[in-house]
Design a protein around this ligand. Sequence first.
Ligand code: C2E
Ligand code: MG
Ligand code: MG
Ligand code: MG
Length: 274
Amino acid sequence: VFASRGSGRPRHFTPELDRLAHEEATVGAELRTALRDGQFRLVFQPIVELPHGRVVAVETLVRWEHPRLGTVSPAVFIPIAERNGLIVELGAWILREACREMVADPHSPERISVNVSPRQLAHPDLVRTIADTLTEFGLPAERLTIEVTETAVFDGGPAIEALHQLRALGIRIALDDFGTGHSSLTLLRTVPAQVLKVDKSFVDEITVGGQSAVIAGGLIEIANGLGMTAVAEGVETAGQAEVLYQLGYRLAQGYYFGRPAGTMPRTPTAALRP
Ligand code: C2E
Ligand code: MG
Ligand code: MG
Ligand code: MG
């Protein structure tokens, strides 16, 4: 497309769009191999209670140990796995490994969160896969939280129905990155979620009386009013944690309390007060 513009110009270079499509196909194929060869691993990040920092839950995050590129971020490969469909198989593997590690570790926290992407949620086998995995490892449904984003539930219908079924099993539903989509408040009426994960963007610039604090404060009022639990995401400083605590937040997650790590967190990593 781009190569054909201008008469005297060489045409032998690959147009950008073709190159990107090719790269996506290549990475997509590599992802399949990676799953087969065991190149994925899980890390766990603590979710803590404020103000003391007791670890009450962990969020499962996947990493790709690429043989040449090193550790690849899920922000890069999850969207590709989502588009080529591998996310269904990869997601099932992630859930199994997460459950396996939860029951293998006698000091594991009360709850574990696993992210579920739109295509997984739309898949007709999701509920059965999750129920079977819990049974296989003997993990009580009450200890599992499924994190979904607005994009996953935006289509409504089958995705919402799947969430109702999961909830009926005793699994908790968390709305991830809340406040960044286009229909956040509407979703609160249609999605059977018990947990609201307030997006990092509202935490980043939080200062007493500032705009982000007003929004973060409004969101916790909404969560409390609806009988939901709010979690503040991406807390990096003691100052942010302090403002959030004053606004009424009792749960937080972020580098300040603990980075994602290969072993389950068990001790408080930081606290507002000794
Ligand atoms: P998310 O579910 O919102 O996960 C939180 C992300 O924020 C993680 O990035 C985490 O490492 C990062 N984070 C946590 N605290 C802080 C902080 O204080 N500062 C900063 N700068 N970042 C913080 P990660 O692991 O790169 O994951 C990115 C996204 O990829 C996740 O966002 C989630 O949407 C997706 N993802 C990760 N693991 C999985 C998975 O197993 N399955 C699916 N479907 N998606 C996943
Ligand atoms: Mg998440
Ligand atoms: Mg999140
Ligand atoms: Mg996020």
